[in-house]
Design a protein around this ligand. Structure first.
Ligand SMILES: Cc1cc2nc3c(=O)[nH]c(=O)nc-3n(C[C@H](O)[C@H](O)[C@H](O)COP(=O)(O)OP(=O)(O)OC[C@H]3O[C@@H](n4cnc5c(N)ncnc54)[C@H](O)[C@@H]3O)c2cc1C
Length: 548
């Protein structure tokens, strides 16, 4: 239940910090046992905004400071010195409340890689039952797809002519079409699936937290920013948080769980004295445990784009710039819960290998039936093209450039210094050139040709390596898939063990996307929700073991 405030020094069994994709699940799972008193603290507010519910209306959220964190990275040396804007959700549901709703488990081979790195229990076969119990996808193969779970997965049965032509063009170029890319197959071209239920966003806040919000043993406090974890020796005993202009405390009898996401969970560890002791001392934080991996291993999927003018007015651009089309799409959505309003943007995708000798797909080509100056240009006032347009997003799946994030002050309200070091590894830059060339080949296939008037970005004049690379460095942006800053593992640079317990201290876990050792080869939302499902199961198992 939502609380307005908490009594001074309130006590709970578990305190979960951050109500994002992971935190909502952890809190729901823990509070399903009525003997657990659970507190969920969220820095942002409630998620009642209609823009959260209707998928396409996310265009009104990603530039809205009311529901987002306005993070900026350090200037990027390999992107002409430009810092990058990194929007994240600051609201119940977290980034899952403002994301693209794309439903992807990721490449099974990448989870097997995690297992091979020493993360016992995290191979694809281990995760399959977790993915299955989370989801509701009645039309899928019941041997590998779940039904009846809290997160509904939608496969649209009608697509627009542009998406159909894209699929056809990829097939003409020799790639195979997948009927269900979440069934364990991963390489090929496919129509995307969405985390929506009856046309509305079905994130972890909707699927897990909402049904649990009246439980008397679950307290949810919004506008409460965790400032640090409190310790007695090396045991976490609670948190200090900022609410209504005051610094307050809450105590955890069992465990504190950090689910504040990949940019805040490592910051909270460092503010609490867990991290590289030299960095902590430099910023006036007394070290409790030297853990040099905290904040390292920052990974993201960088993204560059080719945009095209479309020969027919069938794109999101055409809907958003025409009051009549908006009304028509609005009615279609209200009456049948279908159409462009029921998706955020992307409709089809191809996962493929840049070279046949590779073990797994390393590139993504994604179709978005909208176009504009950059990834945040989603409306006429934010830079969307005022003509029919579509985008080919090009993303490298396992970039070799890895960055770091660290506190730059003991003040919890000051963002950490974030440096993804995009394109610092030359192989990543070369892979983008390959991806762009393959994308142009697809745009030139018979099936797509009638819909392409011209390439608008980078444009037909940009053809040699030097010019294309200059374009990539100028236009590269995030896919908002940051992970890895509290890496799970057994090596000296890992932060949590495979049961997600922070090394070297007791009573403290990190359960969110920051524990991924490498990038899941996909969007990171479904992988994060699976991490939360599995992490909560471990918390409950360990809690019960102590009781008996
Ligand atoms: C614009 C955008 C589009 C995306 N599109 C997709 C997509 O289509 N498909 C996909 O698979 N993935 C997508 N992602 C990525 C995916 O949504 C994230 O990887 C996932 O939500 C991460 O979950 P998390 O729980 O780790 O963090 P978050 O969901 O970010 O949750 C962290 C929560 O902690 C809160 N918090 C932070 N600091 C504190 C503090 N000090 N005290 C209290 N609370 C705090 C935050 O406000 C937030 O609510 C997208 C992300 C974004 C931002």
């Amino acid at each position: 239940m939502f609380a307005e405030s908490l009594p001074r020094d309130a006590q709970f069994d578990y305190i979960v910090c951050g109500a994002g994709s992971a935190g909502c699940i952890v809190a729901e799972r823990l509070s399903a046992d009525p003997s657990n008193q659970v507190l969920l603290l969220e820095a942002g507010g409630r998620d009642n905004d209609i823009n959260v519910k209707v998928p396409l209306m996310v265009v009104n959220l990603i530039n809205n400071p009311e529901v987002t964190w306005p993070y900026m990275t350090e200037p990027q040396v390999h992107l002409n010195g430009k810092p990058q804007r990194w929007t994240r959700g600051r609201v119940i549901g977290g980034s899952g409340a403002i994301n693209g709703n794309l439903f992807a488990r990721g490449d099974p081979a990448e989870y097997d890689h995690w297992r091979d790195l020493g993360c016992t229990g995290w191979g694809y076969a281990d995760l399959l039952p977790v993915f299955m119990r989370m989801e509701d996808f009645p039309e899928g193969d019941p041997a590998v797809r779940g039904r009846g779970g809290p997160i509904h997965c939608t496969r649209l049965d009608k697509f627009d002519p542009l998406s159909d032509a894209f699929i056809q063009a990829c097939r003409q170029a020799g790639y195979r079409e997948l009927a269900d890319y979440n069934d364990g197959s991963y390489e090929g071209v496919f129509y995307l699936q969405y985390t929506t239920r009856r046309g509305l966003r079905n994130n972890s806040a909707a699927g897990y937290l909402r049904p649990a919000r009246r439980r008397p043993n679950l307290t949810v406090l919004t506008r409460a920013m965790v400032a640090r974890v409190l310790f007695e020796g090396t045991r976490a005993i609670g948190v200090e948080y900022l609410a209504a202009g005051e610094r307050r405390r809450a105590t955890a009898r069992r465990e504190v769980v950090l689910s504040a996401g990949p940019l805040a969970s490592p910051q909270l560890l460092e503010l609490s004295g867990i991290g590289n002791q030299d960095i902590l001392r430099k910023h006036g934080v007394r070290p409790i445990h030297h853990l040099p991996g905290v904040g390292e291993n920052l990974r993201d999927h960088p993204n560059t784009r080719l945009t095209f003018e479309c020969a027919q007015p069938i794109t999101v651009n055409d809907v958003l710039r025409s009051p009549l089309r908006k009304l028509r799409e609005g009615l279609r959505f209200i009456l049948r819960r279908e159409g462009l309003l029921s998706i955020c943007s992307a409709t089809a995708q191809m996962n493929y290998r840049s070279r046949p000798d590779l073990k797994q797909a390393d590139l993504v080509l994604r179709l978005q039936p909208l176009s504009g100056g950059d990834r945040y240009a989603r409306t006429p006032t934010t830079g969307m093209d005022m003509f029919p347009g579509f985008t080919f997003g090009v993303t490298t799946l396992q970039p070799k450039s890895v960055g770091a994030l660290h506190i730059q002050s003991p003040d919890p309200t000051r963002q950490a210094s974030m440096d993804p070091r995009y394109l610092s590894h030359e192989d990543d830059a070369q892979l983008f050139l390959r991806g762009m060339r393959i994308s142009r080949g697809i745009a030139g296939m018979e099936a797509l040709k009638p819909l392409v008037v011209r390439e608008t970005r980078p444009g037909p004049g940009v053809v040699d390596d030097r010019d294309m690379l200059a374009y990539v460095r100028e236009t590269l942006q995030t896919s908002w898939h940051m992970v890895g800053t509290c890496k799970m593992g057994v090596d000296p640079m890992s932060v949590v063990d495979p049961r997600l317990r922070v090394h070297g201290v007791q009573g403290l876990r990190v359960i969110d996307s920051s524990i991924c050792p490498t990038l899941p080869s996909s969007g990171t939302n479904v992988p994060t929700m699976a991490i939360a499902e599995k992490g909560a199961e471990m918390l409950l198992e360990d809690g019960n073991r102590h009781r008996t």
